[in-house]
Design a protein around this ligand. Structure first.
Ligand SMILES: Nc1ncnc2c1ncn2[C@@H]1O[C@H](COP(=O)(O)OP(=O)(O)OP(=O)(O)O)[C@@H](O)[C@H]1O
Length: 624
């Protein structure tokens, strides 16, 4: 990006800021202009005090009390006015900057929550964190000096006018110095622009690498990848360090020049002023005023440089925020509600689906998928790895929409369902359980209306989780740590199942949600979800199944291969008719037996699970 483009874009970003925060901008600019005008007034008051009080005092040995008081009063008033100006400027600019940061942080995170899963899968978490944090901050860095810079421009104009009104020769020095100051500032921002952009980009990359390493700490440790991960991080950190040092070098080069220019101006004014005074063309007070003006101008003029220097970073931050805010693909909900109660019927009809990239391209992972989960029935999805089971689970919960075909719940296309109707009727328990850093109660109830402690305990019982929760010192009030680190994998899974059940779903989608609980507890959970009479159950269940025991509980099995439904029927029927199915289930069984041999079962836990299975059969259903 050329500096002209950066300037144009940067000014547009500032325009957005002014439109978003007009009141705070007005307060800070009024404060800044007041400060600027009074700074010029200070120069002339100082000149007048020297000319009318100090010089006569030296010449005549005394000054009239009235003149002295007037001089003192003038200095005091100007100083108080400047204090007021600084207060207004800082208060307004600070409020403006932090309001903007808060507003855009909220906007970015709100947008994240609305964007579909596919978008999230294309964007690393580290980058998203960086967008919501570092990018939002850098977009609004120039806001702090911006009102000061606006006031300074007013000050420069007023200074040039007052210089010409005072003495044309000294004014010429100003006319030479001010454009030079602005020119150096522009050159400064031109050199800073690409370097700052690179540093900002690297900051996001460092954040991405760090996040990935910490997130994958287990893999890093168990695979002995500490050294290579440290190296990967160090590599990015070194790149960031070098980029930041390059930014520092430019600062080190330009800052002294920017500081020196007004001092050179002061020197020139003193020379010109002394020459003019000698020839009777200027008074002492005028020379003092102009010299003082140059001295006090040096600092405010830097504000323009600060804004220009921060603009590239601001533009990069803003563009990265806009990338999120302008991202398309909201899940558009319909307005249709569901009138039925009890278990709901799910139907897939000729569903095709592809995970597409940003350009909308990607191979089909599901083709012509048709099956149904009749109300109150349990259907097991079985298929080799990568055959599309999780994708079907995601479609059933409307995390993604089909490319062709329909998914309906009680006959209503999911795309037509209102969000409340969808969320209230369907619960998905994902392959990887996510537990919030909250209490057990918070994790199960999620503050949903109508989900009280009784409901939470009932759901925990059905998910076979009441046993371990009951043994925790603080019961429902126990905090479980980030991602539930204080719980075992199986406990975490049961907690997420309880969370799903606490909402009394009419359709429960279990995507390999019980892989970490032992098979009998898994069977107990599924059994508990069915009514005692076996004919009807609280919720229809679609379960991605790997274990024979789970599959055997299903009323129907849908067997998938490479995204297509190859066979449907009972377990026994498929064993007889679908050779691939028989092979797969036998392989699962062997793997399971192997695992059972390797890990001797904890007998107490087993009994616990079986007891619960029996309890569960007598249990009231969650919806009852
Ligand atoms: N986010 C994604 N982006 C691109 N392709 C994906 C994505 N998620 C899944 N796929 C692809 O879609 C296909 C189906 O994946 P899916 O996770 O639905 O299979 P699965 O049967 O659940 O597998 P597993 O048993 O291993 O969990 C696979 O080929 C997979 O590589």
């Amino acid at each position: 990006m050329t500096s002209g483009k950066v300037l144009g874009k940067g000014l547009r970003v500032l325009g957005h800021a002014v439109r978003d925060e007009p009141h705070m901008f007005a307060v800070s600019v009024v404060g800044s202009v007041l400060f600027s005008l009074l700074t010029i007034a200070t120069a002339f008051v100082s000149g007048a005090v020297v000319g009318r009080i100090v010089v006569p005092a030296f010449d005549q040995g005394h000054v009239a009390t009235g003149t002295l008081l007037l001089g003192g009063l003038a200095i005091l008033s100007v100083s108080l006015g400047k204090i007021l100006g600084i207060f207004g400027r800082r208060l307004g600019a600070g409020a403006m900057q932090f309001n903007l940061q808060a507003k855009y942080r909220r906007a970015v995170t709100r947008r994240y929550l609305r964007l579909p899963l596919a978008w999230h899968q294309r964007h690393p978490t580290g980058t998203l964190l960086s967008n919501a944090n570092a990018d939002v901050e850098s977009a609004w860095y120039p806001i702090a000096p911006f009102p000061f810079a606006v006031g300074t421009i007013v000050m420069l104009v007023a200074a040039v006018v007052s210089l010409f009104l005072t003495d044309w020769a000294m004014a010429l020095v100003g006319v030479a110095i001010f454009p030079a100051l602005l020119g150096v500032n522009v050159a400064y921002s031109r050199r800073m622009s690409p370097r700052v952009a690179l540093a900002q980009q690297l900051r996001a990359e460092v954040s991405t690498v760090a996040h990935e390493s910490f997130d994958g700490a287990l893999v890093v440790k168990t695979m002995g990848r500490e050294a290579s991960e440290t190296e990967r991080f160090a590599d990015k950190a070194v790149q960031l360090r070098d980029a930041t040092i390059r930014v520092g070098r430019i600062r080190a080069l330009f800052d002294p020049v920017l500081d020196a220019l007004p001092s050179i101006g002061t020197l020139a004014v003193l020379l010109v002023g002394a020459w003019r005074y000698k020839h009777g063309a200027a008074e002492v007070s005028e020379v003092v005023s102009v010299t003082f003006l140059f001295t006090v101008l040096a600092f405010p003029v830097r504000a323009i440089g600060w804004v220009l220097a921060e603009l590239p970073r601001s533009v990069v931050g803003w563009e990265r925020i806009r990338h999120v805010l302008d991202a398309e693909g909201d899940t558009v909900y319909g307005e249709t509600g569901l009138t039925g109660t009890g278990p709901a019927a799910l139907r897939f009809t000729d569903v095709r689906f592809a995970y597409t990239d940003a350009e909308g391209n990607g191979p089909d992972v599901l083709s012509e998928v048709t099956f149904e989960v009749p109300a109150g029935r349990t259907v097991a999805l079985v298929g080799p790895t990568g055959s599309g089971k999780s994708t079907i689970a995601a479609l059933a919960a409307r995390l993604v929409d089909p490319g062709a075909g329909t998914v309906t719940l009680d006959g209503v296309d999911l795309r037509e369902l209102a969000q409340d109707a969808l969320v209230g009727s369907t619960a998905l328990v994902a392959q990887v359980p996510f537990v919030f850093d909250d209490t057990i109660r918070g994790n199960v109830t999620l503050d949903r209306a109508g989900v009280d402690d009784d409901t939470a305990w009932r759901a925990l019982r059905l998910a076979q989780a009441d046993g371990f929760v009951g043994h925790l010192a603080d019961g429902l009030d126990t905090t479980v740590g980030e991602r539930g680190t204080s719980l075992s994998g199986g406990q975490r899974q049961r907690l997420t199942i309880a969370r799903a059940l606490a909402g009394s779903p009419r359709l429960l989608v279990l995507d390999d949600a019980t892989s970490a609980v032992d098979p009998r507890v898994e069977a107990a959970i599924l059994a508990a979800l069915r009514r005692a009479d076996g004919a009807t159950q609280a919720a229809s269940i679609l379960v991605v199944a790997y274990r024979r025991a789970t599959i055997a509980l299903a009323d129907e099995v849908v067997y998938l291969e490479r995204g297509r439904v190859v066979a449907r029927g009972t377990h026994a029927e498929l064993l007889a008719t679908a050779p691939g199915y028989a092979d797969l289930v036998t392989a699962y069984e062997k793997a399971e037996e192997e695992r059972e041999r390797e890990h001797a079962f904890d007998a107490d836990r087993l009994d616990d699970g079986l007891d619960r299975a029996l309890d569960g059969l007598d249990e009231e259903s969650v919806t009852a």
